[in-house]
Write a protein that binds this ligand. Sequence first.
Ligand code: MN
Length: 381
Amino acid sequence: MTTKIWANSGDSHLVEPGDLFEQNLPRSLAERMPRSVKDPDGVHETIHVDGQQFRRPIPAAAKFLTDEEGQSVGARAPGSNDKELRLKDLNQEGIWAELIYPSIGIWSGSIRDPELLAAGSRAINDWAIEFQRHSPRYVCTATIPLLTSETAVAEIHRATDLGFKAAYFPVAPPLGTRDWHYSDDWEPVWSAIQETGLVVGFHIGTEPHDDSTLHGAYLRGPGGAVLNYMETTYGGQRAVSKMIASGVFDRHPDIKVIVSEGGATWGPFVADRLDEAYRQHASMVHPKLRRLPSEYLYEHIYASFQHDRSAVAAQTAMGWKNVCWGSDYPHLEGTYGHTQKTLHELFDDVSPEARRRITIGAFEELFPHVPPAPQDGQELE
Ligand code: MN
């Protein structure tokens, strides 16, 4: 019997009830919010968002959620839709606190109507905060209506007053807005984030969908599944590069950002590339920054990974102290059913200090209000 390793998760998800918008919004708005309809073929679903439709294969979770012997443990973790059962799953897996992203909100980047998005975001957040209040181990991210800075700023303040400690940001802003490095457009939003202290959570794979693209470009053909998964990885790196290069952290020195589910070794790599650009192209660089880009990345940016074998070395060998672990519970890319095996494979050859920093410490730094995690080896009912 191996010692139980406890870890906080920088990457978890909740699944909103299917009738969330029906129950909480006028019918005229509810019917335009994202919803999934299973196709008659049983293996595809169509996501309806504000008059648009995206058809995709239903993720084949049952095949992929596996235990330590590689055996299927079912289509969904038992607690994925239940805030009390979820704690049982976490105790079994050795996961203490979680940064939790919405599911349906991930489609909100495809909504074009600012008032619809604002109303939908309030409905999601009112539900998510009730989920968070169930346990101090739950750190839910607020959904922010980013189509206009006015609606975004209003919800950032409302969410903070409700008790949120983090905000979910898509890696690219909604269709119809300019990208994260257009400082003038986003300055009111960053000011509100600085003022409220919400942690910015970028979850990978959250580029807005339009009629022709998925994650920017939806590749078909040989290797498509692997390539599309790989493509989702780059968005988080682009988002933080845009924040750094446009001087967000010069103007707002307290903002902290986590990139969830995109590995971690990219951090030192991107830091080097940004520094080289900043130094070698100095005559063309605008705005000038007070410090090197890498310093902002190493200090303000955190990253959460689940299986990546190279990620631990981003901290132990490359000196990026903000590497966090994440379970991706309850998604099929995640570790449910084999979390302890994964944690032992990742950390058995790592010093206890480095391991505790990645599994517990970096997360605690972002969310100091979370109660202390159990010591390794401890069991909870
Ligand atoms: Mn995730």
